[in-house]
Design a binder for this molecule. Sequence first.
Ligand SMILES: Nc1ncnc2c1ncn2[C@@H]1O[C@H](COP(=O)(O)OP(=O)(O)OP(=O)(O)O)[C@@H](O)[C@H]1O
Ligand SMILES: [Mg+2]
Length: 280
Amino acid sequence: MRNTITVMNAKGGVGKSTLVLGIAETLSTYHRKKVLVIDSDAQASISHMLTPSEQLDAIRAQGRTIVEYLIAAVLKEEPARWEDFVVTGTSDVDDARSIDLVPSDTHLTLFEREVSKRDYEVRLRKIVRTWVAEAKSTYDLVLIDSAPGLSVLTECWLREADFYLSPTKPDHISTRGLKFLRQFRQRDPDMGFAEPLGVIVNMKDLHSTDDEQYDRWLRKDAENRCFPISVVRASPLQAAGHFSPRPRSYWAKYPGNTGDQLRQLTADLLSRVAAAQKRA
Ligand SMILES: Nc1ncnc2c1ncn2[C@@H]1O[C@H](COP(=O)(O)OP(=O)(O)OP(=O)(O)O)[C@@H](O)[C@H]1O
Ligand SMILES: [Mg+2]
């Protein structure tokens, strides 16, 4: 089944982690999907968004993040299992009870540096390929939250996952990040690459004529496959990343139009995945 999605834009701060969070929580709450979120960013934003900080501190102290898994499997060539690094039942949304997470940590960048220094790229790619293949049979959807820029690990996810999804802000710099990704995809076509699921316009300011123009311009290019919804800049989404110590309802976290937009976006995402699965 084709169900693994790398969320990527070479430009930072476009809302990748926030949308991974909102989509995962919507998939769990409204579609009862079993979701695995893989945090592939040393900033660990999605890890912080899905787990309380004390729990994350404990996980890090015990060495149970993606970094220790990759060090063991790739650099030490040990028979490590990614399943042993999964945190189950994350999220502060009371009805979102089926989101698992492989959290990240800051020394992911050191690991990546070591991979390049020691020429372990091929082994990293093989480990990522096996991980993707195994995770897709355990979960309904796998979402990989990537770091900004194009790291050696992000390249593996882009080449091994079934799909990639690109959030962007409707502005010049963020759309350049999309262009860079497209050019990268077209290079070395025999090396394999995820299929583009589409572009999500995020943080659109409804009062900005510039945002409106960039939004239209992005939609004019059919290759972008823009999702029908442009997610507006809204305070609930800005606040969504702060893990609430007390469980909250989906409605409290994503009230009104924000929840409507996330549900529409998630339904469209599921339709695109289903259509691609049928084609395959
Ligand atoms: N639709 C939105 N409305 C308001 N704020 C948003 C929205 N989407 C994201 N944000 C805010 O924008 C900031 C950047 O979002 P986020 O961290 O999700 O981006 P990112 O692409 O994952 O960044 P990075 O490249 O650093 O990983 C955060 O403060 C987040 O709360
Ligand atoms: Mg992020």
